[in-house]
Design a binder for this molecule. Structure first.
Ligand code: AMP
Ligand code: MG
Length: 417
């Protein structure tokens, strides 16, 4: 048996970061930048007002007070998006709105609240004169050109994960497209004579193929593109045929057929197509796992064989397929959030494997508590649906007692659990 870490290392060493492609900026959300972005413009492009008020020469407002305002002649008005035609000189002011470029001659903006405009406005006529009630300081309420981004500066770096704020920054530079790492196409193949597609009715003895859908959803969730290959029956021809359809994919995930005592056809077919190692990983659920690199046509496609039991499949995906997808996407951090919680249940570990127990984590008085969701059988998929975390019982620990502190790998992460 190999450890979870050993299995992960072997898988990751056979997956590499994919090539870049150009994407519309909105389609780049969650992707990894494949270029350094430098600005060719200043943002803001011009000195502009941070307030609604009056653009003035600070020097001419010396000594202004509410009891003795300094009266200036209003020679114009400028809104955001326009350039004032007039020039501010001694004894004059221009009414200015937030974001409007500072008129020539002005070196400060006095906000409305520091003028007597309110009093004058009642006249319903355009304001001809304004009383400045507080002395202005040079540069006051002026946002300088290039204070956010200066032309030529490095704004975003290759390797950064694109969040909504990065998309906003790209838009502020006028970028429509950005170079990002391509999303991996993950082919998904379910195997088993007992499986029926969800579009069909259910004959006696059969079950619906749920793994394809939980796996495809996990692929989507972590940024891959699922390519559903359907169901292969447990015979050599069916399997060979289906596996070949993965030749354009960046990874093939098969479901089931990797446990001991399985029909040997799966192993035979995989062995024909490349080197496949069957591992037993020191974890529970998810012990049987297959991994290898298949030669499909001219391409080499990493193959991950997940166990058939629906819970094992999902948990093994989280531990192994998720990091592989993230690596191909160019991400550097593959960890899921792990918290420390107080266990509210007792769990026995009798065969030295790392247990990933389905728990519900709650927060009370700033502490986390983790409680088993109920039966932990690897066929009980609703246990995954009820859980928001996986309690980790270390390999060498015979039991976790109620009240003990444990680590929980969160399936969902919400600060306000
Ligand atoms: P196996 O790995 O083939 O021994 O399968 C283990 C268990 O998982 C069996 O109970 C299978 O019926 C079940 N199983 C296998 N494939 C799927 C699937 N695609 N969807 C749901 N259950 C499955
Ligand atoms: Mg089977």
């Amino acid at each position: 048996m190999i450890s979870v870490e050993e299995a992960l290392e072997k898988i990751l060493s056979n997956c590499s970061v994919l090539e870049p492609e150009d994407e519309l900026i909105l389609d780049a959300l969650g992707r990894v930048m494949a270029e350094d972005v430098r600005s060719t413009i200043d943002i803001p492009p011009l000195d502009n007002s941070a307030m609604d008020g009056y653009a003035v020469q600070a020097q001419g407002t010396e000594g202004a007070r509410p009891s003795s305002p300094i009266i200036l002649r209003v020679i114009g008005e400028v809104a955001a998006g326009y350039i004032a035609k007039e020039e501010v000189g001694p004894g004059t002011a221009i009414r200015i709105m937030t974001g409007a470029p500072i008129p020539k001659g002005a070196d400060a903006v006095v906000q409305f609240e520091d003028t007597d405009e309110e009093k004058r406005k009642t006249a319903k006529k355009p304001i001809k004169e304004i009383g400045i009630m507080r002395q202005a300081v040079k540069g006051q309420n002026i946002r300088l050109a290039g204070e956010d981004i200066s032309s030529g500066s490095l704004v975003l770096q290759a390797g950064a994960v694109i969040r909504p704020q990065e998309i906003g920054v790209l838009a502020s530079l006028g970028r429509e497209v950005v170079s990002v790492i391509r999303r991996p196409v993950v082919a998904i193949l379910a195997t088993g004579d007992e499986l029926v597609d969800i579009k069909e009715s259910l004959p006696p003895g059969k079950i619906y193929n749920s793994n394809t859908y939980s796996i495809a959803a996990q692929v989507l969730r972590y940024g891959g593109v699922p390519k559903i290959l359907g169901i292969a029956r447990d015979n050599i021809e069916a399997l060979q045929d289906k596996i070949k359809q993965a030749r354009d994919a960046d990874m093939l995930i098969t479901s089931a057929g990797v446990s001991v005592g399985e029909y040997d056809v799966v192993k035979d077919v995989l062995a024909q197509l490349g080197e496949v190692t069957f591992w037993t990983v020191r974890m529970k659920p998810g012990k049987p796992l297959a991994f290898g690199v298949l030669k499909l046509g001219k391409r080499k496609v990493p193959h991950l064989g997940l166990p058939g039991n629906p819970v094992s499949s999902m948990i093994a995906f989280e531990q192994f397929a998720r990091p592989a997808i993230l690596k191909m996407l160019g991400r550097k951090d593959y960890t899921k959030p792990v918290i420390v919680a107080k266990s509210e249940s007792r769990i026995v570990n009798n065969d030295n494997r790392r247990i990933f127990a389905r728990v519900i984590v709650t927060k009370r008085d700033d502490r986390y508590f983790a409680k088993l969701v109920g039966p932990q059988g690897s066929g009980i998929l609703t246990s995954m649906s009820l859980a928001n975390g996986l309690m980790i019982v270390p390999e060498n620990k015979p039991a976790i007692e109620a009240g003990e502190e444990v680590q929980v790998q969160m399936l969902d992460w919400n600060q306000d659990l």
